[in-house]
Design a protein around this ligand. Structure first.
Ligand SMILES: [Zn+2]
Length: 246
């Protein structure tokens, strides 16, 4: 079985010079790659990548830090209805970048509207929860969704366990290679609870990240869980398939 990069942003300008090469390279080594949308324009770019490359799956969403795009909410909901993506994302809450109470409230409204749409359309969701992990899990618990992927989870290991018990899956980025926090989260979970992701171009020791780097994460997770890489890849790819290839 091959690994999956369950979350990246290959539409970003950091890949303008060599996007084709990066995707071709990933296609050789991975089963598929999921490109998450951030707003109307990025969603369009993700869809275009999906049309051009068989290995790319597009998610359409409205990123919680794209506060200047919140006025696109209705248009993005229409876009999701029309384009029928494999999942709704990325959506969520970010209390790290957004400190203003009023904007946080608006962020939560946008998140809930997107969750309502996902529930209605029976689509899985891809959730960004930076410094708002507990609130995200609490909100998500009140919706009936066919899958929840807590992307780049950096909350408490205890909360990760609670989320898993509610049927949610935990995204492990390439932060696993250097972050004690993420290593502790992985240590407290089973590989059946996880998805591999890079969040490219971010989260690779300050260098530009790319999808094939999930293979390094698989190696590191195997080391932490005292198992072999193949098991980690089998478990995480099964989870990615269950969410994105329904
Ligand atoms: Zn992301």
């Amino acid at each position: 079985m091959k690994a999956v990069d369950s979350h990246c942003h290959l539409d970003f300008e950091q890949f303008d010079e060599d996007r084709e090469e990066i995707i071709k390279d990933a296609e050789k080594q991975l089963e598929f790659i999921v490109v998450a949308g951030s707003n109307l324009e990025h969603n369009k770019a993700a869809l275009e990548l999906e049309r051009n490359y068989k290995s790319v799956k597009a998610n359409l969403g409205l990123h919680p830090t794209y506060t200047e795009s919140f006025n696109q909410l209705e248009r993005i909901k229409t876009q999701i209805r029309e384009e029928d993506p494999v999942a709704v994302g990325e959506i969520g809450l970010d209390h790290h970048h957004v400190e203003d109470e009023e904007i946080r409230e608006r962020q939560e409204e946008v998140f809930r509207e997107m969750l309502e749409l996902a529930e209605e359309l029976e689509k899985p969701v891809v959730v960004h929860s930076r410094d708002a992990e507990a609130r995200c899990v609490e909100i998500l618990d009140s919706y009936d969704l066919p899958g929840v992927f807590l992307h780049c989870f950096n909350g408490e290991p205890k909360l990760a366990k609670e989320a898993v018990e509610k049927g949610m899956k935990i995204g492990v980025t390439t932060q696993i290679l250097y972050s004690n926090r993420v290593q502790n989260i992985v240590d407290s979970l089973n590989s059946e609870d996880l998805l591999l992701e890079t969040d490219s171009p971010f989260l690779y020791r300050g260098e530009r990240n790319q999808p094939v780097n999930v293979l390094e994460s698989a190696e590191k997770i195997a080391e932490i869980k005292e198992t072999d890489e193949e098991t980690v890849i089998e478990d995480t790819t099964s989870n990615s398939r269950a969410i994105f290839l329904r």
